[in-house]
Design a protein around this ligand. Structure first.
Ligand SMILES: [Zn+2]
Length: 357
């Protein structure tokens, strides 16, 4: 009876959570219009839904349940990270991620996919705290993107590559991919830092050029395979190689996501009407998530069906080397982000000093 009583008590407490939450949210500061928000945080064509700056951390964490102009960006990648986590748990039932070294590239892709979506969630949720925190959390986002680039490169090189392309790039593919990850992390962080003091085009170039180079290099095994297997996608008969359909999907979703990342569409067509729902960046989040889902499925199918190919192309020691290179890439991109963040900190405090004087 005691146990039932305690259970009933706990259940009652849990039932009160939604009400407590809605009371807390209704007592939170209301969102602001673009004219009320500090200049730094204003986004082109977005007229409302800005959160107040310099509030307690609790406010930004609880804003997960508030309707503001970053809500969809937060939820798309939060749910995306959970979907990938569930897929990883499901795959772990059939794939021996500990003892089969050939499965480690797939594990790296799963971990980096969760990382980039998790970091993006944190960035969109907490960056409104202050100018410095905006930089710090988006630099974390850029580290996540660099890691995901590495995850993409390693699965494409390990499972998707054809023998002829492997002949041309063996020995240099992953070191160059790792270098490009660091370069794109540097480009994104430095471009964003320059945005504080230079013209906005510096940011665009810093973000887009190294990332485009990294994408072309990292996805070259897939492009090469799609080109030489073109009869499949002309006839639509993917039965003998179902992974090709998902590779085609990941490329199509990525390219369309890149379009929405670089163009403020549709908010530039309907200024003030896409403040909460329909911003180009939200479309980008959804498309890049779909790209990741296709990529994971394609890599899993290649891992299952192309074992005789990749076992002859890669020795066991190569998978361990790629894990070590992954750790090195993680350390290097984190150091790059911290180095530029220190510059940001100095620039922000100088601006604040000048404002006080
Ligand atoms: Zn984003």
């Amino acid at each position: 009876m005691k146990k039932i009583g305690r259970l009933f008590f706990n259940l009652q407490k849990m039932m009160q959570i939604p009400q407590m939450l809605s009371e807390t949210i209704s007592s939170m500061p209301k969102t602001l219009s673009d004219k009320e928000a500090p200049c730094f945080f204003r986004k082109h064509y977005i007229h409302s839904g800005y959160r107040a700056v310099h509030q307690k951390w609790r406010y930004y964490f609880l804003s997960l349940f508030q309707w503001h102009n970053e809500s969809i960006n937060v939820w798309t990648h939060l749910l995306g990270a959970l979907v990938v986590l569930l897929r990883a748990v499901q795959l772990a039932e059939t794939v021996d991620f500990i003892n089969d070294a050939h499965s480690w590239p797939l594990l790296i892709l799963l971990l980096t996919s969760m990382a980039y979506m998790g970091f993006s969630t944190v960035a969109h949720l907490l960056a409104a705290k202050s100018v410095f925190h905006h930089y710090a959390f988006f630099f974390l986002d850029y580290v996540g993107v660099a890691l995901y680039q590495y995850g993409s490169a390693v699965v494409h090189y390990y499972y998707a590559i054809e023998e002829s392309w492997h002949e041309s790039v063996r020995g240099c593919f992953m070191p160059i991919a790792s270098f490009l990850c660091c370069l794109s992390c540097f480009g994104c962080c430095y471009g964003t830092y320059c945005n504080y003091t230079h013209h906005p085009w510096v940011r665009k170039v810093g973000q887009i050029v190294p990332s485009a180079l990294a994408y072309e290099w990292d996805t070259s095994p897939v492009f090469h395979r799609l080109v030489i297997w073109y009869p499949f996608w002309v006839t639509g008969d993917f039965r003998s190689s179902p992974a090709l359909l998902f590779h085609f999907g990941q490329v199509a979703f990525f390219l369309s996501s890149a379009f929405f990342f670089t163009h403020p569409i549709p908010q530039s067509w309907f200024p003030g009407h896409c403040d909460f729902l329909g911003q180009g960046h939200q479309v980008f989040h959804v498309l890049i998530f779909l790209c990741t889902v296709c990529q994971i499925q394609a890599s899993y199918l290649d891992y299952l069906n192309r074992r005789d190919v990749y076992v002859t192309l890669h020795t066991n020691g190569e998978a361990s080397f790629f894990v070590l290179l992954f750790i090195l890439t993680l350390v290097m991109s984190t150091l790059i982000a911290f180095y530029i963040l220190a510059k940001v900190k100095r620039a922000v405090s100088n601006t604040e000093k000048q404002r006080k004087e």
